[in-house]
Design a protein around this ligand. Structure first.
Ligand SMILES: Cc1cc2nc3c(=O)[nH]c(=O)nc-3n(C[C@H](O)[C@H](O)[C@H](O)COP(=O)(O)OP(=O)(O)OC[C@H]3O[C@@H](n4cnc5c(N)ncnc54)[C@H](O)[C@@H]3O)c2cc1C
Ligand code: FES
Ligand code: FES
Length: 487
């Protein structure tokens, strides 16, 4: 195999792309390149799940993990070393896979447009978790929209599939697992993939030194991590991503490290890989991540991409800022550390230097007497962008506020601290009177915009109310402050 070939297994067949690698989406490749049209296109922006397929990947412990992805926003070059499973490959002969049969038995399909996507989500859920809870079933299906059947029968189908698979003998994927792993192991997992002509280039390095060299040689290339933001340039703005460096295979960016005082998360680690570990340290943070996008988005999207995108409504930065997290930046062989807070300068203007990347994010561990509260306000519970996101990190000792960091998303052109509100509360007694006075001061910190999601007035009122909610919840764990209990 050439050092620069991209290789992956599509269903059961090895695919090799030599010098000319197209920066096209997997959906385009499947439907137009391979005539596999069971995978549907609904929104082309990662929102509906009609294009869901499953990627099987080798784990370090010699097992396979199965993840759902939105093929409409996943680029072909990201597949190297993996197996892509599409809905066409599920049935055996004329026998439907239990995920498909369960949808038939429970009348879970009417027009059928969403059905392949649901089948793939159900298939992956069962592969990763033989005994999912109802919450886990709903979480696995939350990235798939159905406009006619109604979700009751689809959820029932997922429950039935899980029960059936427990009593049935293995499906063909389990029977073929060892053979699949052998085929994947034959692919050079650490190949440094390079492909370029004058019109298009794609690089997929496997080490940070290779990555930094490529960035130096190709300054015009876009960094591609999960692609859940970047690929929308292609599917929504109809532009081409001609020059891309994929960072998802760079070993150093995939590491999670623990020190005595912090958790360091590599910039290219997907949410679904680090969310549980982070949630153990900061449960409120973990709970918020479970509402970031859908499982398909969290299987691909990364922390580095969320910060790198510099959106004023990205969910991670306000929480990281409230916790006082820092980032390790890398440029060539040089590294520097900056506070996440200092990264955002103006709307989509950041402190990232030419040729520099975010290497990792260091998140301080929880501390005694410190409380973290995180609130995401969006129109839907699942798979929705924030209107306002508030993060409060407060230390209360002897009923006095001895440290406080408050950060908001959606309230300014960048994720930002409420410094005047913090100053008003620091050193003061922890009381409702003081909190109510500080609520008014938020008006000095922010002048939010009105847009399609909410008016300026709404955002300000919500921000104030969230401060009060934080107070009430810390005061009494039994206060009924939630309209919806989603756990
Ligand atoms: C359906 C859908 C729902 C979503 N819901 C949410 C949501 O609820 N909350 C939310 O916050 N976001 C949401 N997003 C946005 C997106 O998923 C996240 O911002 C995600 O974290 C982006 O990560 P990525 O790896 O996919 O980034 P990419 O798309 O790969 O990259 C995004 C940008 O960051 C740059 N970049 C990536 N990595 C680095 C790095 N290491 N160093 C420097 N620059 C880098 C890229 O060059 C690019 O400009 C959603 C997206 C979709 C499609
Ligand atoms: S087509 Fe809607 S998520 Fe891909
Ligand atoms: S069956 Fe028609 S969209 Fe779900």
């Amino acid at each position: 195999m050439m050092e620069n070939s991209i290789q992956f297994i599509l269903n059961n067949e090895l695919q090799t792309f030599g010098n000319k690698i197209s920066n096209i989406t997997l959906l385009e490749y499947l439907r137009n390149g391979k005539n596999l049209r069971g995978t549907k296109e609904g929104c082309a922006s990662g929102d509906c799940g009609a294009c869901t397929a499953v990627v099987a990947e080798l784990n370090d412990d010699a097992t396979l993990s199965y993840q759902t992805i939105n093929t409409c926003i996943t680029l072909l070059p990201t597949l190297h070393g993996k197996q892509l499973i599409t809905v066409e490959n599920l049935k055996e002969g004329t026998t439907l896979h239990p995920a498909q049969q369960a949808l038939v038995d429970n009348h879970g399909s009417q027009c059928g447009f969403c059905t392949p996507g649901f089948v793939m989500s159900m298939f992956a859920l069962q592969k990763n978790n033989a005994t999912p809870t109802e919450h886990q079933i709903k979480e696995a299906l939350a990235g798939n929209l159905c406009r006619c059947t109604g979700y009751r029968s689809i959820v029932d189908a997922a429950v039935q599939q899980v029960n059936r698979m427990q009593s049935l003998c293995k499906d063909k994927f389990e029977r073929q697992q060892k053979a699949t792993m052998r085929e994947l192991q034959k692919i050079n997992q650490t190949a440094n993939i390079k492909s370029a002509d004058e019109h298009q280039s794609c690089f997929s390095p496997s080490s940070i030194n290779q990555l930094m060299q490529l960035i130096e040689e190709h300054p015009q290339a876009e960094l591609l991590a999960g692609g859940t933001d970047l690929s929308l340039v292609m599917t929504q703005q109809l532009k081409k991503l001609d020059h891309v460096i994929y960072i998802g295979r760079v070993a150093e960016l995939q590491q999670i490290k623990e020190t005595e005082s912090a958790l360091s998360i590599g910039a290219a680690v997907p949410y679904s890989v680090f969310d549980q570990r982070l949630g153990q340290e900061h449960p409120e943070f973990g709970a918020m991540i479970s509402r970031l996008g859908s499982l398909q988005v969290r299987n691909r999207g990364t922390l580095g991409g969320n910060i790198g995108n510099a959106s004023p409504i990205g969910d991670m930065p306000p929480v990281l800022i409230a916790l006082g997290a820092t980032m390790t930046m890398r440029q060539g062989k040089l590294e520097r550390h900056i506070a996440v807070e200092d990264y955002f300068l103006d709307y989509k203007v950041t402190a990232l230097r030419q040729g520099e990347i975010i290497r990792s994010v260091e998140i301080p561990n929880s501390k005694t007497d410190h409380h973290l509260k995180v609130y995401k306000i969006s129109k839907r519970l699942d798979d929705d962008i924030s209107t306002v996101l508030a993060a409060f990190h407060i230390c209360i000792q002897d009923n006095f506020i001895t440290a406080i960091r408050i950060a908001f998303g959606g309230m300014a052109e960048i994720p930002k601290r409420a410094v005047k509100c913090e100053a008003a509360l620091l050193g003061q007694p922890w009381s409702q009177t003081n909190i109510e006075a500080a609520m008014a001061i938020l008006e000095q910190d922010f002048k939010p915009v009105s847009d399609a999601r909410a008016s300026s007035h709404y955002r300000m009122q919500v921000a104030k109310n969230l401060l009060l909610k934080c107070y009430l919840e810390l005061e009494s764990t039994t206060s009924n402050t939630n309209v919806v209990n989603y756990f």
